[in-house]
Design a protein around this ligand. Structure first.
Ligand SMILES: [Zn+2]
Length: 460
């Protein structure tokens, strides 16, 4: 009764309070979260090993056998994998999060990025959103299952990994797949890559990430014999390159829809207002005019409907008073699963339309197949979302950026971005300054992940 009165005084309804884990579980998750945020695990200057070791100690103290806790292998930037043993009736589920973060400088922030601060309803600190909330919640939830005596019908594998944010492909998930696939081999994985969306403080959509675009960089390069700039000739490396880039600036790849993007636009139509809502519904049916209007109105939605390429870097010339011998540009492309690097190369050559401009592939992260909309996962995700936040729609998404999910998907482990941490759609600070997570969203996500994993790992 006292609790209810306090909640009412705080302006929180009883149903909202029901979405939160018990007080002791919230405290544990917060304690782990704080500890993780306060370890400086920036991918170039920091270390993840203190987190891996501390998490390992928690599981050992909770009675997990030594053989089910693996810490390795980079001395400074270790990963940790923990096995929560089940009956083995089905293949395991992998619970993934990365424990490295984007670098953060004290002078760029209002507060110290590596001090965990709770203020005005938010947790502040580097990694509070990306990706230590999920890492802390996975740990807290597994410890809770253990205390509650939960016996899953399949192993739950926890992997907290390093080097997601730029450490290169020789550590983290990629390294585990190549060297210890047995530790993380699973029927499917849950990872970052989607969240809950709030508009003006109101929860509107809960996203589930099914795929991501392929990352590739192309180099456009023009070589020229050059000469004295007092005697210019029309055959100029910079002009050749500039002409090609100018033609690229007004080129767009054709729209290509998939099951996931059709479902995405169909669901988004339910939460948009005004003429945009009608257009989104039309996009879901493949209406070309509606696609053009939506693409013009929204850069993120445009990027979901087509492959994109954009100039991101330039170099050229060697003196102010000489004709350039070199002009080059980097063109960054984000490629839909329906297109390939070869398709993009052919399109770039056609658009640039100048033999002097040599085009080569500089970086190609390779394709990763979109994960299927499995009925069991989609149903569990919708059920828990409907229970916790009535009226919030679930939205399948395809990320236009990248995550470690691509390694798993390429290796044949379907991967789903599931977090349930609601954040304002227009206030996403991951990788930026004053990164934060709403306090209420953190604990609600703790409940969502607890419920979904439990449902999918319980014998039918
Ligand atoms: Zn991340």
């Amino acid at each position: 009764m006292i609790r209810l009165t306090l909640l009412l005084l705080a302006g929180i309804t009883a149903s909202a309070a029901d979405r939160l884990p018990p007080e002791s579980e919230r405290q544990l998750a917060r304690e782990i979260y704080k500890e993780m945020v306060e370890v400086q695990s920036g991918f170039s200057t920091g270390a993840t090993t203190p987190i891996a070791e501390s998490v390992g100690a928690r599981f050992r103290a909770a009675g997990f056998p030594e053989s089910d806790v693996f810490v390795g292998a980079n001395p400074r930037k270790s990963n940790i994998v923990v096995r929560y043993g089940g009956s083995g009736a089905r293949k395991p589920i992998l619970l993934l999060a990365h424990i490295d973060v984007v670098e953060a400088k004290r002078e760029d922030w209002t507060t110290d990025p590596f001090t965990f601060i709770e203020k005005d309803g938010y947790f502040y600190g580097r990694g509070t959103a990306d990706d230590k909330a999920q890492a802390a919640v996975w740990v807290a939830n597994l410890l809770r299952y253990k205390r509650e005596g939960f016996k899953p019908d399949r192993d739950l594998l926890l992997a907290l990994t390093a080097d997601e944010e730029g450490g290169g492909p020789y550590n983290g998930v990629d390294w585990l797949l190549k060297n210890h696939r047995d530790l993380i081999d699973s029927e499917y994985a849950f990872n970052e890559g989607a969240r809950g969306e709030m508009v003006d403080g109101k929860r509107v959509a809960n996203d589930i990430g099914l795929g991501e675009k392929q990352y590739a960089d192309f180099r456009l390069e023009v070589r020229n014999k050059g000469g004295h700039s007092a005697r210019p000739v029309p055959d100029n490396a910079i002009y050749h390159l500039a002409g090609g880039l100018y033609r690229l600036s007004s080129f767009s790849f054709p729209f290509r829809m998939s099951d996931v993007t059709r479902a995405y636009f169909g669901q988004m139509a339910k939460i948009e207002k005004g003429p945009m809502a009608a257009d989104l519904a039309q996009v879901a049916t493949g209406d070309g005019d509606a696609m053009r209007r939506v693409a013009a109105a929204s850069a993120p939605m445009n990027a979901m409907m087509r492959t994109t390429c954009v100039a991101t870097q330039l170099e050229g010339g060697h003196a102010t008073n000489a004709l350039p011998q070199l002009a080059a540009a980097n063109v960054n492309c984000r490629i839909l699963q329906e297109d390939s690097v070869e398709d993009v190369m052919a399109a770039l050559k056609k658009v640039v339309a100048d033999d002097q401009v040599k085009i080569t592939v500089k970086t190609n992260e390779g394709p990763s197949p979109t994960s299927p909309m499995r009925p069991d996962i989609m149903k569990a995700f919708s059920r828990v979302t409907d229970t916790m936040w009535p009226g919030v729609v679930t939205v399948p998404t395809m990320a236009v950026g990248g995550s470690d999910g691509r390694y798993l998907r390429s290796a044949g482990i379907p991967t789903y971005g599931i977090q349930g941490f609601f954040q304002d759609r227009d206030d996403v600070r991951a990788h930026g300054r004053d990164e934060r997570m709403p306090v209420q969203s953190f604990y609600e996500g703790q409940t969502l992940l607890y419920e979904i994993v439990k449902e999918l790992a319980s014998a039918k």
